[in-house]
Structure formats: C-alpha cells, structure tokens
Design a protein around this ligand. Structure first.
Ligand SMILES: CC(C)(COP(=O)(O)OP(=O)(O)OC[C@H]1O[C@@H](n2cnc3c(N)ncnc32)[C@H](O)[C@@H]1OP(=O)(O)O)[C@@H](O)C(=O)NCCC(=O)NCCSC(=O)C[C@H](O)C(=O)O
Ligand SMILES: [Mg+2]
Length: 285
C-alpha cells in the first residue's frame, strides 16, 4: 500500500517495558503502534525496556500495523543507545521526541542511517521551525505532543483546545506542504469516551490523519472518527458521477444537493473513496 494512502486513524502508545501490553497489541485493531522508550518508561527501566522491545519486535506478530519506536532524546543518557538499538530493530520508523530543528534529525540520521523518521512536535521552538523539520529528506510524519506543548506554553486545559490552535495549525501547514502524515496528540482522560470522541472529531475536521492513543479502550472511537462515514462515501460517489456526466456534456460545473461540484471537489471525493478502500483492505488483510 502506498505510504500516503495508508490509514493512520489509531496510533497506540505502548510502554516498551510492559510485556503484557506488547503482547496484547498483536491483537488490537490499531493502524500503527508507537513502542515507547521515552516518557512511558521509568528511568530505572530504560535499559530493560530496550531489550524487551527488541525481543517483542523480533518475535513479530504485529501484522500490517506500522511499527514506530519512540526513543529518548539524543541529549539524554539513553538516547544514543536507543538509536543504535532501533537501527537494528524490526521497526518501520524511528520517532524522535522534542524535535527543535532539522539539525536534530541530522544528528539522529548519523546513527540510524536512512530509516524513516517521525518527529514529536512538542516544543515552542519546534513549532517555529516546523517547516524546516517537515522538509528534512528523511521526515515522514509528525506526532503532536500536546502534553509537553501545554507544559512549555503554560496553557490550561480547555475542551476546545483554543490555547493550542496556533501550534496545531503551524504543524498541519508544515506537514501538508511536504505531504507528511500528521497525527493528533493524546487525550489523557482515557475513560472519558465522549471527550475523546469530541477531540477526535475536532482533529479530523482540522485535517489530522488520526489520533495518538494511550489505552485500548480508545481505539474504536478513533477508528470510527477518522474513517469516512457511509454518508461521505455515498456523497463522494454521487459527486463523481454527476461531474463525469456534466463533463461529458462539455461543462465544468455539476450541482449535487444544491452545491456546486468542480474538478477540485472530485479530487477530494476520490481521496475519500481511496481512504475507505484502504481501510477495507486493511481490515480484510
Ligand atoms: C494508562 C495505563 C497506565 C492504564 O493501564 P492499566 O491500569 O493496565 O489499564 P487496564 O487495566 O484498563 O488495561 C486493560 C488491558 O489493556 C492493556 N493495556 C493497557 N494499556 C495498554 C496500551 N497502551 N497498549 C496495549 N495494551 C494496553 C493492559 O495490559 C490490560 O491487558 P490485559 O491484562 O491483557 O487485559 C496504560 O494504559 C498505559 O500505560 N498507557 C500508555 C501510557 C503511555 O504510553 N504514555 C506515554 C505516551 S503519551 C505521551 O507521551 C504524549 C506526548 O509525548 C506528549 O507530550 O503529549
Ligand atoms: Mg511528550
């Protein structure tokens, strides 16, 4: 499957130290997994987690799920050993936390070679340098780190996320300009399903590809929110059919449900159908 077509509706963090969770993830209906060596792992567990994770990935069983390993920052005592270990792990992507500038990605690539890199976008400086980070040749995806961001910006939690909107918007612009995947930050209250659903809908409407998650109970909500609905699929089909008919008559604008449909709307309609097909293929496989 083309990397850009691949669904990233649900991206679940799993602490690299938790064997039971690492095992459970082999059966969870997530599109991608972030195997975490950073914040979810206590300092005294870091070395063990690296080994546990390496063993779990070597054992396999994660199927079509994209395997992303989040290392500790290269400015920490664990970062270099993590990066060296990931280089040899069966992982699709290395995720670098607290990326401030493109030079941080260069420093990682000096260790991990040409492995694709995703960036945790979670510092004020990273926000200001989002465009140059996104343009790095190895950069393939952004993950919003809204907890760290809220901490550094000294914002308060608000359900509408107004204090984070500038940052979310800057990262979306940078990611879209370079054709990167971009997934939204976590929703900490993992038992609050209504709150999560609302935040997923907000992120989807803003253009995120999916949501990072911290608990299996959050998966179905994210998968539903970031998949095209049946109504969207039906509308896309009707728009394409109407436009083709209009085009055959030598005209450039169709009307569906009282709204104009031009070539650009057909592009979006085709993307919706391609996404729905990619999700079906993933579920079938
Ligand atoms: C939040 C948790 C600590 C809760 O764990 P627990 O008390 O074990 O939950 P449950 O008893 O309800 O678990 C039920 C079963 O599900 C498994 N489980 C739980 N969490 C996960 C998971 N993340 N992945 C896979 N499986 C999971 C349990 O093992 C139970 O299984 P079983 O026993 O077989 O029934 C816990 O969910 C957790 O640790 N979550 C991850 C937290 C995390 O990764 N945090 C770091 C990422 S967030 C972040 O850093 C964001 C960013 O950097 C920023 O700045 O914003
Ligand atoms: Mg963080």
């Amino acid at each position: 499957m083309d990397a850009r077509q691949r669904p990233y509706r649900s991206v679940l963090y799993i602490p690299g130290s938790r064997e039971r969770a690492l095992d459970k993830a082999r059966t969870l209906p997530v599109d991608a997994i972030i195997f975490d060596l950073e914040d979810a792992v206590a300092a005294e567990e870091k070395a063990n987690a690296r080994q546990t994770l390496s063993g779990a990935l070597a054992a396999g069983g994660y199927g079509e799920r994209v395997k992303i390993v989040r290392i500790n920052g290269l400015d920490t005592e664990w970062g270099r050993a993590d990066a060296e270990a990931v280089r040899d792990m069966d992982a699709d992507v290395v995720l670098l936390p607290k990326v401030n500038a493109a030079a941080d990605v260069d420093a990682l690539a000096a260790i991990t070679g040409d492995k694709p890199v995703w960036a945790m976008m979670e510092t004020p400086r990273g926000m200001l340098n989002a465009a140059e980070i996104a343009a790095h040749p190895l950069m393939a995806g952004f993950v919003m780190g809204t907890n760290d961001l809220a901490k550094d910006l000294q914002t308060r939690f608000r359900a509408d996320r107004l204090p984070l909107m500038t940052s979310l918007g800057l990262c979306l612009l940078a990611a879209k300009a370079e054709g990167l995947i971009i997934v939204d930050g976590v929703y900490n209250a993992f038992k609050d399903t209504d709150g999560l659903a609302a935040e997923c809908e907000q992120g989807r409407d803003m253009g995120f590809d999916g949501k990072t998650l911290i608990h299996p109970a959050q998966i179905d909500i994210a998968n539903a929110a970031f998949a095209p609905s049946q109504a969207e699929i039906d509308l896309a089909r009707r728009q394409i059919a109407a436009f083709e008919e209009t085009e055959a008559q030598g005209q450039g604008v169709a009307v569906v449900d009282g709204k104009i449909v031009e070539n650009l709307h057909v592009v979006t309609a085709r993307e919706i159908l391609a996404k729905a097909e990619a999700i079906s293929a993933l579920q079938a496989g």
